[in-house]
Design a protein around this ligand. Structure first.
Ligand SMILES: NC(=O)c1ccc[n+]([C@@H]2O[C@H](COP(=O)([O-])OP(=O)(O)OC[C@H]3O[C@@H](n4cnc5c(N)ncnc54)[C@H](O)[C@@H]3O)[C@@H](O)[C@H]2O)c1
Ligand SMILES: [Zn+2]
Ligand SMILES: [Zn+2]
Length: 372
């Protein structure tokens, strides 16, 4: 079928609207008419890392929509179902059968290679020379910066039709990662202070989950004033790391947490900030570095040893989307995950504005929406 997508034509280039030919869904695939897709920072980082032979590419990995066709081998999903599309996993390797689907042995192949696991691609278009040109996709098993997406039973979460898909899209990645990190990795007690570096969707979902859990002291560090204001709305202490004349950030965090945070989350992927996060911890504290970007971080080895701190990372907050997303939606319904106000919707045609507003910190979670 013909459909409309937004492609990246060159490394780190803009999203450009184009028409493609999309395959019919195979027997293990579903065709989803996309309603709304969140913009995650990863959609901006990955295109800067792509080799030229993987372009043009369609990203987008927080898609939601309505199922239009279902392959014969797919069970549990029906035409007309509303779905949230998250990341893929094979569901049969060692990590998958242990429930650790974020660490699936096929993860790279299923989420990042621009094609199906068998090497075929799902999209093509007519190039300027009149020849058919491959368009790479299958990003997180969806490539949902598109009007239609091919997805899978392992990454589609069926949700209640009464729910607003524009508010559910960020559960596919950003919220799942931030909230999942708090609930699945940290599991904080109310009197264990948390500091979050970076108040984007990942960081603020962590804050929302921590507050929903009753964590009393939450500190948020972000240079973007509008995002600090959102953090304060959660009752967090918000610090500006660029404040002129202020003490070093790690000192200010230690003061705000009565001697250091029990837990830190980094969502900036900035090496200097990751080091601040380590230093902001109390003895035996745990830092989870979630950002994607820097190739290397510096760890203070003496401090690590002397204080028994732990530095680790996490894929998607140790979530299994088929389990975690319904759990998080239930928490939202129960008023314990207050995230809806983080969303600002944009028509898909305004994707460049969504990117600019996100980069400026003016909005936390842009969600792109197709008109009828
Ligand atoms: N681990 C995973 O599975 C996973 C999943 C989703 C996203 N991510 C990554 O998580 C990160 C966050 O994603 P997002 O969508 O929330 O991004 P975002 O860009 O919206 O948020 C990052 C925030 O960091 C802030 N920041 C910049 N400099 C800072 C500094 N010196 N100190 C403190 N804060 C600073 C920015 O102002 C921004 O608000 C990205 O790197 C993304 O790729 C990882
Ligand atoms: Zn697997
Ligand atoms: Zn993401």
């Amino acid at each position: 079928m013909r459909t409309t997508v937004f492609v990246v034509e060159e490394p780190g280039g803009d999203f450009v609207q184009t028409e493609v030919e999309l395959d019919d869904p195979r027997e293990d695939e579903v065709l989803v008419r996309v309603v709304a897709t969140g913009l995650c920072h990863t959609d901006l980082t990955v295109p800067t890392m792509l080799p030229p032979e993987m372009l043009p590419t369609v990203v987008g990995h927080e898609g939601t929509g309505v199922v239009e066709r279902v392959g014969a081998a797919v069970s549990g999903i029906e035409v007309g179902d509303h779905v949230v599309m998250s990341f893929r996993s094979c569901r049969s390797c060692g990590p998958c059968t242990a429930g650790d689907v974020g660490y699936c042995e096929q993860s790279l192949l299923l989420n990042y290679m621009g094609m199906r696991a068998d090497g075929s691609t799902t999209m093509s278009r007519t190039g300027a020379d009149g020849q058919q040109q491959t368009v790479f996709g299958s990003f997180f098993g969806q490539s949902s910066f598109a009007r239609h997406a091919i997805a899978y039973a392992d990454n589609c979460v069926v949700v209640d039709k009464s729910l607003d898909l524009t508010r559910l899209a960020p559960f596919a990645c950003g919220y799942q990662t931030g909230a999942g990190t708090v609930l699945n990795v940290l599991d904080p007690a109310p009197d264990e202070p948390l500091v979050v570096f970076g108040a984007g969707a990942v960081g603020l979902a962590a804050v929302a989950a921590a507050r929903g859990r009753g964590v009393e002291t939450v500190v948020v560090v972000d240079p973007a004033a509008p995002r600090r204001a959102v953090a304060e709305g959660y009752g967090a202490t918000a610090l500006d790391p660029t404040e002129p004349g202020a003490a070093p950030v790690e000192e200010r965090v230690r003061e705000a947490t009565g001697g250091g945070a029990a837990y830190a989350i980094d969502t900036t992927a900035l090496p200097a900030v990751v080091l601040q996060a380590q230093h902001a911890l109390r003895s035996r504290g745990l830092l989870v570095a979630l950002g994607l970007g820097a190739a290397e971080y510096t760890i203070d080895a003496i401090d690590l040893l002397q204080s028994g701190k732990v530095v680790r990372s996490s894929i998607e907050g140790e979530a299994d989307p088929l389990v975690t997303i319904p759990e998080l939606i239930a928490l939202r319904e129960a008023g314990k995950l207050d995230v809806d106000h983080l969303v600002a919707t944009y028509p898909f045609e305004k994707i460049a504005d969504a990117v600019a507003d996100s980069k400026a910190g003016a909005v936390v979670k842009p969600v792109l929406v197709w008109g009828e």
